[in-house]
Write a protein that binds this ligand. Structure first.
Ligand SMILES: [Fe+2]
Length: 181
């Protein structure tokens, strides 16, 4: 019986597709001061990498690690160097259809994000709703995503989540977000 179990485990491990970290489309220094180099080094270089490595080595809970890696691949692919860019194209239409305008949307998004306790993500869905994820979970309807785990803002904003949420729009790459829609 143990032999059969071991064989099944081995086959499952072999059939699992190895995860790969996305390559950042910007330098680790590019998002400062909204997101410091130290935060990118730590968040991308250590935490996100750990989800990928643990999943590939079969350590810990595979579903948790896979979802963690998945969400961080979305998170890190939606930024560019700071500026005062506005949403455009399809993402702007989605925001305006569901939340009147970008200013109102940002307020509502922040309000929902500030209510969260513990480790969470918050996102705008492809159908225009503001949704949350506790810990990690794979979702196929993410248009734009904000990491509300403490490690995402702690180094740069300490406990000031509101400032983090106000600033995050300055590094959003709306072209990258439009490519998801
Ligand atoms: Fe994170």
């Amino acid at each position: 019986m143990n032999d059969i179990r071991n064989t099944i485990d081995l086959l499952e491990a072999k059939s699992r597709v190895e995860l790969e970290q996305i390559t950042l489309p910007y330098a680790h220094t590019a998002l400062a001061p909204v997101m410091s180099t130290a935060t990118v080094d730590y968040h991308y270089g250590k935490l996100y990498k750990a989800y990928v490595d643990k999943y590939n080595k079969g350590e810990g809970d595979p579903a948790f690690n896979e979802a963690g890696a998945y969400l961080h691949s979305i998170w890190f692919s939606q930024f560019r160097s700071p500026g005062t860019r506005q949403p455009k194209g399809q993402i702007l239409a989605l925001i305006e259809r569901n939340h009147k305008n970008f200013v109102d949307f940002k307020e509502k998004f922040k309000e929902e994000a500030m209510k969260l306790q513990g480790s969470n993500w918050i996102y705008l869905s492809k159908s225009g709703q503001i949704k949350t994820i506790h810990n990690h979970a794979k979702r196929t309807d993410i248009a734009l995503l904000v990491d509300m785990w403490e490690h995402a803002f702690n180094l740069d904003y300490h406990a000031d989540k509101e400032k983090y949420l106000n600033n995050i729009w300055r590094i959003m790459d709306w072209d990258a977000i439009n490519r998801r829609l």
